[in-house]
Design a protein around this ligand. Structure first.
Ligand SMILES: Cc1cc2nc3c(=O)[nH]c(=O)nc-3n(C[C@H](O)[C@H](O)[C@H](O)COP(=O)(O)O)c2cc1C
Length: 296
């Protein structure tokens, strides 16, 4: 991914699989934060990195009511110490500069997380005093932002922005140029464990799922046209009200799975186990089994 693709594909991600992230990647994300521009290089920030399922869940309980944070692999607590900036510039400028330092560090970390295939979100709505107590920060360090980061469990579409002309004013001559084209990348999820996952009201067209345990998952009102399922356990899962035309299933366990009101035109099942499958009120025109037409 080049830098332009990176910036234009980052979105706030609030749904995580709960999987851990390798230590090298956590380190890289934190280092990216510390490379951010900051006022006079006084580095008013100090980062606390809360990691491990239990600690992340306990932080979520202690500091805010946004339950989705508990599934993050880790949460960076960004704290600000304005003392050095205040001595040089006075309190008002120090507060402004420290906020700018933290914002720059947070965005660097989010971009690095996105580059590595993870997702994250700024979280400004939390209790700073409970958070200070949780990470045991001294009084001069004020928690200002949480940054939960994790393995995304569902695709996140880009959120619209106000029109460019309403939000940018040129002072000086600017020739007319067209907007950059933003290409949305298809979402890919590999090697995850998502038993009992719920997918509801999503556009998952052409998405690919590989090496995933999705037993008992529920898929409702989803466009899965052209989606690929490879090496997936979908036993006892349910599919309702879906378009799955041209979907491909390879090495998929579908024992006990239920498909109701699903469009499966031109779907391909190869090397799948469908023991005990029942077809009722199904139009099978053109259907073949092991190369033999059965739906004449
Ligand atoms: C300063 C700040 C505070 C935010 N606080 C929260 C928050 O408490 N909870 C949350 O879910 N999202 C929070 N967000 C994320 C925004 O909702 C999100 O960036 C915005 O809706 C635009 O979506 P996008 O980042 O996907 O483009 C915050 C973002 C910023 C910059």
């Amino acid at each position: 991914m080049n830098f332009q693709e990176l910036v234009f594909s980052r979105t706030s991600t609030r749904a995580f699989t709960g999987s851990a992230i390798p230590a090298e990647h956590i380190r890289l994300i934190l280092e990216a934060g510390l490379r951010a521009p900051n006022a006079c290089n006084l580095q008013s920030w100090h980062l606390y990195c809360v990691l491990g399922k239990e600690k992340v869940a306990a932080l979520t309980d202690a500091v805010c009511h946004q339950k989705w944070i508990a599934n993050a692999a880790f949460v960076v607590v960004i704290t600000e110490d304005t003392n050095a900036l205040s001595q040089r510039f006075g309190k008002e400028a120090a507060d402004r500069f420290a906020a700018q330092d933290s914002g720059a560090a947070a965005e660097n970390m989010l971009l690095m997380a996105t580059e590595l295939g993870y997702g994250g979100c700024f979280v400004g709505a939390f209790d700073p005093e409970n958070c200070r107590a949780f990470v045991n920060a001294p009084t001069e360090r004020t928690p200002v932002l949480l940054l939960p980061v994790g393995v995304p469990s569902a695709p996140v579409v880009l959120r619209d922005r106000k029109p460019f002309d309403e939000t940018v004013t040129f002072i000086g001559e600017m020739p007319e140029v067209s907007a950059p084209t933003i290409e949305e990348k298809p979402f890919e999820l590999q090697c995850a464990s998502l038993p009992g996952a719920v997918f509801d009201d999503l556009n998952l067209e052409s998405v690919s799922f590989h090496n995933i345990n999705m037993s008992g998952a529920k898929f409702d009102d989803i466009n899965l046209g052209g989606a690929t399922f490879g090496n997936i356990n979908l036993s006892d899962s349910s599919f309702g009200g879906l378009c799955m035309n041209r979907a491909r299933f390879g090495c998929v366990e579908l024992n006990g799975a239920g498909f109701e009101n699903v469009e499966l035109d031109e779907v391909v099942f190869k090397n799948c186990s469908m023991r005990g499958a029942k077809l009722e009120n199904v139009d099978i025109t053109g259907m073949t089994v092991n190369g033999k037409p059965i739906g004449e």
